[in-house]
Design a protein around this ligand. Structure first.
Ligand code: PLP
Length: 368
């Protein structure tokens, strides 16, 4: 019976593995969650609105103004979405013809560019970043631009934590000018704010920037993100967005989070996280089961382990949940660790030391 019904499903959806989100993979029963790059600490808000019988505005006016003020752009350069993830999808909906156009993305990176294109039936061209430097392979991007409407670049990159060279991003904008949009995903930009490309919006009509309140703003639970672009692009995206994407409690809390006091708190959390990252990196460098710690400009670090499977499982069993990256291109034996509180990081370090003592001995490093 259901077989017949399932025949109705589009082919690209039948064969689709959905995004492996932290909450979907499980591990939320652990007590130290270092797998979704969330803020380890919460701030507390009260929704000021009490009645909900009316629909919200499609693009809540005060929220757009608040974000415009935060990024110092004009009102018509901003679209608010259900998380940055919705921005990724709306761009494909508005710009890519299924079966005809393509997107480029540069793995190892955030997986939603690929998955959103797959769902839409839009061709994917993968141009991996250059091994060892993790910078853009501009030459290959340029050679593969035919049919490409969107080039997604995550800066700083998830899960590697590196920044792309500004001069390369500018070259990319020049190469694609008049042909494709460059979508820079700045989900983690608050951890290295000087690197934002937002000031290039006035110069490059093909630049689009994605932002979110899920990471530095500690609001992953409300699902609120922003797309920054020139006003014609914003107008176009407003044609394909759903009629009421942002619920009243969401916009109410998002507006509060963008008040000056809360922005100060956010900046303090970022400093805290950056300090904890330095501390954790230094600790990890002296632990025997750690093969390599990569530099990071974000609230997570990528670490290459000896016996990575066993490390992952041992920590999981202790309630410390990390994010596996081994299946991604050039990330053999890598695990991503979100920066938690200092207490959480200390627990992690303690367990890794214990693990090393028990499992690692000179000259006998077995890879399994
Ligand atoms: C977390 C994340 C997002 C998703 O942000 P939401 O606003 O929670 O949808 C987008 N891009 C990258 C690179 C991320 O890590």
């Amino acid at each position: 019976m259901t077989d017949n019904i399932l025949k109705l499903v589009r082919n690209n959806i039948k064969n689709l593995t959905p995004y492996q989100s932290a909450r979907r993979i499980g591990g939320q029963n652990g007590n130290i969650l270092l797998n979704a790059n969330e803020s380890p600490k919460s701030i507390f808000f009260k929704s000021k609105k009490k009645s909900f019988n009316r629909y919200p505005e499609c693009q809540p006016n005060n929220l757009i103004s608040s974000y415009a003020h935060y990024v110092n752009l004009s009102y018509d350069q901003i679209l608010v979405t259900r998380g940055a993830d919705e921005g990724i999808e709306l761009l494909i909906k508005a710009f890519c013809e299924p079966g005809k156009d393509a997107i480029i993305y540069c793995p190892p990176t955030y997986d939603m560019y690929r998955i959103s294109a797959k769902i839409a039936g839009v061709e994917i061209k993968e141009i991996p970043t250059i091994k060892n430097t993790w910078q853009l392979d501009l030459l290959n991007i340029e050679l593969n631009l035919s049919k490409v409407k969107l080039v997604y670049v995550c800066n700083p990159n998830n899960p590697t934590g590196n920044l792309f060279l500004k001069k390369d991003l500018i070259s990319l904008l020049n190469i694609t000018l008049g042909r494709s949009l460059v979508v820079i995903d700045e989900a983690y930009i608050e951890f290295s704010p000087k690197e934002s490309m937002k000031n290039y919006l006035k110069e490059y009509p093909n630049l689009v920037i994605l932002r979110t309140l899920s990471k530095a703003f500690a609001l992953a639970g409300i699902r609120c993100g922003f797309t920054l672009a020139n006003k014609e692009i914003v107008k176009t995206l407003n044609k394909v967005i759903s009629p009421y994407p942002i619920s009243i409690p969401v916009s109410d809390i998002a507006v509060q989070s963008l008040e000056l006091d809360y922005i100060e708190l956010m900046k303090n959390r970022v400093l805290d996280s950056n300090n904890n990252r330095t501390w954790l990196m230094n600790q990890l460098k002296n632990i025997t089961c750690v093969e390599r710690v990569f530099e990071s400009n974000t609230n997570y670090i990528l670490v290459k382990f000896f016996m990575f499977k066993k490390v992952f499982q041992t920590l999981w069993d202790k309630g410390i949940i990390l994010r596996y990256q081994n299946e991604k291109i050039n990330l053999n034996k890598c695990i991503r660790i979100s920066i938690g509180t200092r207490l959480e990081s200390s627990r992690l370090v303690k367990e890794l030391k214990k693990f090393s003592k028990k499992n690692m001995f000179q000259g006998a490093i077995s890879e399994k």
